[in-house]
Design a protein around this ligand. Structure first.
Ligand code: RNT
Ligand code: ZN
Length: 415
């Protein structure tokens, strides 16, 4: 089918030296790792009750939270159906699918096998995360850095098993599975022995990751944080801690957009950390005054992030994951909106006249740079996005709302 609006837009992009078809091809090849935990407010499916803990807070009571793996998979199937392209699912270990009740130090691949079958059927890749929160042994907000060696051993075992499971998932799907490590460890009030905590975390990570795994199947990642509720004074796994750790061990560094001071730009950090660390993982999020994990918008922060990935040539070594959880709106809509916004941001970056912009900057023609960046904001991005959605068979524009609302009505009875 011909699309005159698209053809006109292509001509406009061609006039500034941009190949819109090439941008669409690139975009179609960028998987987004969709975080399973948006579907149930970070509750998990262990046969226990309790809150998420670890300073993670999903607020809101919108009906329709997934209560079990079958409901979560149905919700995900629906959401993927409205997201153009092929993507990944980011699974947390406490989303196990089993009638057994393994504790965290007893988890095995078989507890996740149904997720692998489901992903294989749909051609999705899987990523994985050990879960170091929402557990009695994490109630002090101390896990791998706990002063008690027994508690550290428990969590080391959990982390080592997660790596094993991630490697098996990667092998089963023929797609590298990122195993991202985030621990809540920190201190509410001012500690006097930060060094001891950090040495314990370092040593625990070393033991947890002692076993070599095939990098084709599994990639270790570590995620820093500035502070959390209950750990205001010090986070053991700070940015400096993990930047050094990832650089020394040549594993991936995860940058979560909510894990820095609100005035810091995470986009700005990419080119710096990429000089010391080979592989990057992003947790794209929207902090509002704090690490609030709002649904990501097509806002300046996300656009800057996407532009850095494209302009710094970092797409091949960056895994893009999302990390937010909003329980005040339809949880499936939250996924769809967020993933599509990430894709829209990437598309906009891919459609910018990069070569020309870089050339004028290299010539210190800063006036031309400003004229070009500002004029580029009026380019017909929406016509290219609409064509992308139509080629991928997903709705676009206002009709999206009807589809989202119809599904939300069907899950309201879950309560
Ligand atoms: C917490 C981290 C972490 C979690 C997930 C659920 O502050 O951002 O990535 O959100 O592991
Ligand atoms: Zn995160």
């Amino acid at each position: 089918m011909t699309n005159p609006a698209f053809d006109r837009a292509c001509d406009e992009f061609a006039a500034i030296g941009v190949d819109a078809e090439a941008a669409l091809r690139t975009l179609a090849g960028i998987p987004i790792s969709v975080h399973c935990w948006q579907g149930d407010d970070v509750g998990g499916f262990e046969k226990k009750t309790g809150t998420s803990g670890g300073g993670i807070q999903a607020t809101g009571k919108h009906p329709g939270r997934a209560r079990n793996p079958a409901e979560l998979r149905a919700d995900l199937d629906f959401a993927y159906g409205l997201i153009p392209g092929k993507h990944r699912l980011n699974l947390h270990s406490f989303y196990m699918d089993t009638t057994e009740t393994p504790d965290r130090d007893q988890i095995e691949y078989r507890h996740f096998a149904s997720w692998v079958d489901w992903a294989r059927d749909r051609g999705l890749g899987l990523d994985f995360n050990p879960t170091f929160f929402a557990h009695a042994k994490a109630d002090d907000n101390l896990t791998l850095s706990h002063p008690d060696a027994g508690i550290r051993d428990f969590w080391i075992e959990h982390g080592a098993r997660s790596r094993e499971i991630a490697a098996q998932i990667g092998a089963a799907l023929g797609s590298q599975c990122v195993n991202n490590i985030w621990v809540p460890d920190g201190s509410k009030d001012i500690p006097v022995d930060r060094m001891a905590s950090r040495e314990r975390l370092w040593a625990s990570l070393d033991r947890m990751m002692a076993k070599g795994q095939d990098r084709a199947h599994m990639l270790d990642a570590v995620e820093s944080k500035l502070f959390g509720i209950g750990v205001e004074a010090m986070t053991v796994g700070s940015h400096e801690f993990y930047l050094g750790y990832a650089a020394r061990k040549q594993i991936a560094l995860c940058l979560d957009m909510g894990h820095f001071h609100p005035t810091e730009s995470v986009a700005d950090k990419l080119s710096s950390v990429a000089l010391s660390v080979q592989d990057l993982l992003l947790h794209v999020s929207r902090p509002m005054r704090w690490d609030s994990d709002h649904v990501i918008l097509l806002n300046d922060d996300i656009l800057a992030m996407a532009q850095e990935l494209v302009f710094a040539g970092l797409l091949p070594r960056t895994r893009i994951g999302l990390d937010y959880f909003d329980a005040t709106i339809s949880r499936t809509a939250a996924w769809v909106i967020g993933v599509r916004n990430m894709q829209k941001a990437l598309l906009r970056a891919l459609l910018l006249p990069m070569a020309r912009l870089k050339a004028v900057e290299a010539q210190l023609d800063l006036t031309a740079r400003l004229v070009l960046t500002e004029e580029a904001k009026d380019l017909p991005f929406s016509a290219i996005w609409a064509e992308f959605c139509s080629r991928q068979g997903v709705p676009q524009g206002l009709p999206l709302l009807d589809v989202l609302e119809t599904y939300q009505r069907s899950v309201t009875e879950r309560g």
